[in-house]
Design a protein around this ligand. Sequence first.
Ligand code: SF4
Ligand code: SF4
Length: 301
Amino acid sequence: MTHGIVFDIRKFSLHDGPGIRTTVFLKGCGLRCVWCHNPESQSPRPELILYPERCIGCEACLEACPEGAIQRAEDGRLITSAERCTRCGECLDVCYAEARAFAGETMTVEQVMAEVQRDAAFYEESGGGVTFSGGEPLAQPDFLLELLQACRARGLHTTLDTCGYAAEATLNRVRPFVDLFLFDLKVMDDDRHRAATGVSNAPIQRNLRLLAAHGHRVIVRVPIIPGYTDDEANIRQIGAFASKIGLTQVDILPYHRLANDKYTRLNRPNPLPDLTPPTETRLAEIKHTLESYSLQVRVGG
Ligand code: SF4
Ligand code: SF4
């Protein structure tokens, strides 16, 4: 049975495609965007998440950890060493306060589809369906392909929320089973893209061209990150590119700070702890700029 790593299944989602949807979040991503709002999605493996506010101080986890990765600091807090932790899960088994958890669990295609199928009546009524997001769903191509095929066999509308960073052959395998692509375009200059995400944007732009050339339904999504993606030159390049390859719809997604807490829970430094969201004025200007390329633009998607 094909299986993969899923880190969340969100029901009744209204922002990941048309109608009421179930969004399945697959773990693993080839990019390391400094503004990532799902840092728990990046690693392909399950990761330890900490909820110190639930901790009752019983120290069962200290005794259970075979690596000695958990220690009590002088100020009384429990510290878990990211270097020593092997993600064995022993500490989770003994923590009855549920102060420790894993982001990501192994699921089979059948298990995911059983979850998805529960809300089939809502999809039908609302014109909704199933969205695969991440992380980057294309990073688990066999699992994703079987999930998409299972949705197609059940007549469920499919949306793929992707950063577009994948081999062309991978995209070609899955695209016949995708009804709508939500495709991220972040930074058009390659050097700036590498600095902000760790990878070149060449395969991303190639894949977007490919989808457009084959007539797929695509909504471009632009995260508006002050100092990284929001400058006029970048917005104009995105508008010109999308328009030139025949796309018509763009969603602009303003940066938010909801992920700050996630970095703490993952025991990881936040690369941009002080970044503030874009102003309403700047968002309106960006919308106006993109509309000047004959694109339909929504704020927030
Ligand atoms: S087992 Fe859970 S509740 Fe007990 S000390 Fe460890 S984290 Fe806290
Ligand atoms: S998951 Fe990490 S912290 Fe928990 S017991 Fe295993 S090695 Fe120790």
